[in-house]
Design a protein around this ligand. Structure first.
Ligand code: ADP
Ligand code: MG
Length: 465
């Protein structure tokens, strides 16, 4: 399958070549043709699978075709005309044709950046992010340009709708990116309000880690005859990410293991996830004192500071990012080789999103959870959700005092992992998949895996759920 075969506009094909994309990902190959036909979509597929292009390329294709026919937007020309005649342009509400809703500011910025990349050859298409935390005059300036594409977090968007700065009468395409996350964050009322303000004729595309439960119910309400695309093992597979859990006795044990693993020579960049903003700050400070180039990222920071931190991460100046879940989505930095769960996530879904910060763009990654003995149940919950065992790992010299027999060392040697290492070697046990009832049990295929049940110690009673 090629992008040409999908029938995308030549200007988009050119941008994709420049971006170094050679072929569509699975989700793109399935979603793009349906989206080009104007169908509504409900899509779940794992993080890093290329969902942004799956919805943005068809939209840009539509803009590119319209651009050829109409030669630009009349409303923009009218505005400019008024300015040229020296009239003070009356304020007109921005009337975007496409709206992308995202849960976080980082994700919104990432979608905008990707749109600029995919649309680099389209002269007249502008994408703009409207975010909480951005100075109001700046937002007004952006809206005054009447952008074709608006990427927004729900809260701030509602403010602008209510004050008449934006209306959706011209809206053709609505995208809900990471819809499950938006609902987790309590945006359901905002989303319903926004959707109600858009024309019924719109095309709606919803992306989510899961299409069950609340998300599924909302999806049904806001789409018409949607095509459902679920990429096998969606959201949970992460074949290129090795997972481990280290059991710790206490905080000082946890910190010692973290410091040790951060010094591993295979580590390029890491994200360390904490449960609270305060912990993110404290741990970043501590790591800095210990000589790591560390920085915190969480929802209490101003947007400017968050952007600076993410830029520094992208440039490699920050090697260890200490973040909360709210900052987790949308971080797409290929240099991240390691993800640490300093605290286990509250929801198993978040585990999947966290570990998806590594292993980006087809690379390999290592995801390490540091759990108290009492958190064994939480580890099991994650395993049930991902249908994968997370092997227990013990490092010589850092053995937990408690439950030593419950978690015996796996056969792997500490520090033996390198990026690019875990295809078909002993690092495979983490990918042991659990068969769904009725599905053929997938055994073998782990190369010369030396996994024995010993590696899982007391947790081999996995099946007793
Ligand atoms: P998702 O939203 O599914 O988590 P993204 O849209 O953020 O995934 O894409 C993940 C990464 O993969 C990005 O770095 C993106 O540039 C890259 N990518 C997307 N599609 C392709 C493709 N067809 N070929 C190569 N890289 C791609
Ligand atoms: Mg995405």
């Amino acid at each position: 399958m090629t992008f040409e075969a999908l029938g995308l506009h030549t200007s988009i094909l050119k941008a994709l070549t420049e971006a170094g994309y050679t072929a569509p990902t699975t989700v793109q190959a399935q979603a793009i043709p349906a989206a080009l036909q104007g169908r509504d979509l409900l899509v779940s597929s794992q993080t890093g699978s290329g969902k942004t292009a799956a919805f943005m390329l068809p939209a840009l294709h539509k803009f590119a075709s319209a651009e050829l026919q109409a030669g630009g937007r009349t409303s923009n020309q009218e505005r400019q005309g008024a300015r040229a005649r020296g009239e003070r342009p009356r304020f007109q509400a921005a009337q975007p044709k496409m709206l992308v809703l995202t849960p976080t500011r980082e994700l919104a910025l990432q979608v905008t950046t990707a749109t600029d990349k995919y649309g680099s050859q389209l002269r007249r298409v502008r994408a703009v992010s409207i975010l909480g935390g951005m100075p109001y005059p700046k937002q007004m300036q952006l809206l005054a340009k009447n952008p074709e594409i608006l990427v927004a977090t729900p809260g701030r968007l509602i403010d602008h709708m209510e004050s008449g700065k934006i209306n959706f009468d011209q809206l053709e395409t609505l995208v809900l990116d990471e819809a499950d996350r938006m609902l987790d964050m309590g945006f359901i009322d905002d989303i319903e309000k926004i959707v109600a303000a858009t024309p019924e004729t719109r095309q709606t595309m919803l992306f989510s880690a899961t299409l069950d439960g609340v998300v599924g119910n909302m999806a049904k309400r806001i789409t018409r005859d949607p095509m459902v695309i679920q990429i096998a093992g969606s959201a949970t597979k992460h074949e290129n990410i090795e997972q481990r859990v280290h059991f710790v006795d206490d905080l000082s044990h946890k910190n010692r293991i973290l410091d040790h693993l951060l010094r591993d020579e295979s580590m390029d960049q890491a994200v360390v996830f904490t449960a609270t903003k305060r912990d993110a700050d404290t741990i970043a400070d501590r790591l800095n004192i210990a000589g790591f180039a560390a920085a915190a990222l969480h929802g209490d920071m101003h947007q400017g500071a968050r952007n600076r931190t993410l830029d520094a991460l992208r440039r490699g100046q920050v090697r260890v990012l200490v973040a909360t879940d709210v900052a987790a989505r949308g971080i797409d930095v290929p240099g991240i080789t390691h993800v640490f769960n300093y605290d286990l996530p509250k929801f198993p879904e978040d585990y999947v999103h966290r570990i998806g910060r590594t292993g980006r763009a087809g690379r390999n990654g290592l995801a390490i959870s540091l759990a108290n003995h009492a958190e064994n149940m939480n580890v099991k919950r994650i395993e049930r959700f991902t249908k994968q065992l997370i092997p227990v790992n013990i490092i010589e010299g850092f053995e937990p005092k408690k439950s030593a027999s419950a978690a015996r060392p796996s056969s792997r040697k500490p520090g033996g992992w390198k990026p690019g290492d875990n295809r078909g070697n002993a690092a495979k046990p983490g990918q042991r998949t659990f068969s769904k009832p009725g599905a053929p049990r997938k055994e073998g295929g782990f190369g010369k895996s030396t996994r024995s049940d010993d590696a899982y110690g007391a947790r081999r009673s996995y099946g007793d759920r």
